[in-house]
Design a protein around this ligand. Structure first.
Ligand code: GLN
Length: 326
């Protein structure tokens, strides 16, 4: 097991430089759709990187807590794939990018299932499947899984959960639409309650880097050695993160950054470089699509500096490897 968070000099310097450069960016706005999120200080900004072999670098507010929101979606999808298999999950939710907002009330045309698990309809479908398979322990098992990926026990932010549960009418409508379409058999209220809870788990940028590195390391947490996800689940999950993780901004993201990623309206962003590293960013100001502005820019800069784009000439991460050979 590697020493947790042992800083790596040159990678650390690069992350610190990107953080300093982007500190002044103030585009976007803190999400206000629930009162508890509107209270988050907009200036917070942290970047953390963990490699699959345990080297760590960070800058800024990497220990500030925020709610994971939609960054939970790839992890619950991977858990559901491991528990229920690809075939059952594909029946419940597709893998198609969707050109509409993350909370759109739409299903795939001609099929009674959501487009993909990275938008709300898809994530609520996954939550319904998990409730169906796990019964009353569903949330605790989701929490245990995400905690194993983060390498520490994650807590529920009760204020955000309550705020979301009191005001989440659109997500409730989605849950009823899905129940009506036969995507799951449990009551719509149960599925959407699990979704609200998973979104309200509190994490830090460090946690997201570890969770991303767990995906990069084919499902095994590089710090604790815990085997959290299976290979097939990781492969399917990274595939939909790549094409659908940034919602209607996904195509632009693939061209500019070119690695699987997932954003959340709480300001979190996780990016995964297969076999190499996880990136976690926290910056609460989000753009119109619900993606954290400085998070996008930080990943873009890291991808540029380290040669991370999947279709970069040479191997992905080719410029990273010599950097880490201290
Ligand atoms: N809890 C949020 C919602 O359902 C999550 C959305 C997001 O992070 N994009 O609206």
């Amino acid at each position: 097991m590697n020493a947790p968070f042992a800083a790596t000099g040159r990678l650390h310097g690069m992350v610190a430089e990107i953080h300093a450069r982007l500190q002044a960016v103030t585009e976007g706005a803190v999400a206000t759709y629930i009162p508890a999120l509107a209270a988050v200080p907009p200036e917070l900004f942290g970047i953390a990187v963990l490699t699959a072999d345990g080297a760590f670098a960070e800058a800024g507010d990497t220990r500030a807590r925020f709610t994971i929101q939609s960054v939970s979606k790839p992890f619950t999808y991977a858990l559901a794939l491991d528990l229920l298999g690809r075939q059952a999950m594909r029946q419940a939710v597709g893998v198609q990018p969707m050109a509409e907002a993350f909370n759109a009330l739409v299903l795939e045309p001609g099929r009674n299932r959501p487009f993909n698990p990275m938008v709300n309809a898809g994530a609520i479908a996954v939550a319904g499947q998990l409730c169906q398979a796990l019964g009353a322990t569903a949330f605790e098992q989701v929490r245990a899984c995400l905690s194993a990926a983060a390498g520490r026990q994650l807590d529920l932010d009760e204020d955000v959960y309550r705020s979301e549960a009191e005001t989440g009418h659109r997500n409730r409508a989605l849950a009823h639409l899905l129940h009506g379409a036969g995507v799951f058999r449990v009551p719509a209220e149960e599925a959407v309650d699990l979704y609200f809870r998973q979104c309200a788990l509190a994490v830090t940028a460090r946690d997201l880097a570890v969770m991303g590195a767990t995906m990069a390391n084919i499902g095994t947490n590089p710090l604790t050695g815990a085997e959290v996800f299976g290979l097939d689940a990781v492969r399917d999950t990274l595939s939909v993160m790549f094409t659908c993780g940034l919602y209607d901004g996904a195509g632009d993201w693939i061209c500019r950054v070119g690695v699987p990623a997932k954003s959340g309206v709480g300001g979190g962003l996780v990016a995964v470089v297969n076999r190499l590293l996880g990136i976690g960013v926290f910056s609460p100001r989000v753009d119109a699509a619900g993606n954290p502005v400085r998070g996008l820019r930080a990943c873009e800069a890291l991808a540029e500096d380290l040669g991370l784009h999947l279709f970069e000439a040479g191997n992905p991460g080719s410029r990273l490897l010599p950097l880490l050979a201290r």
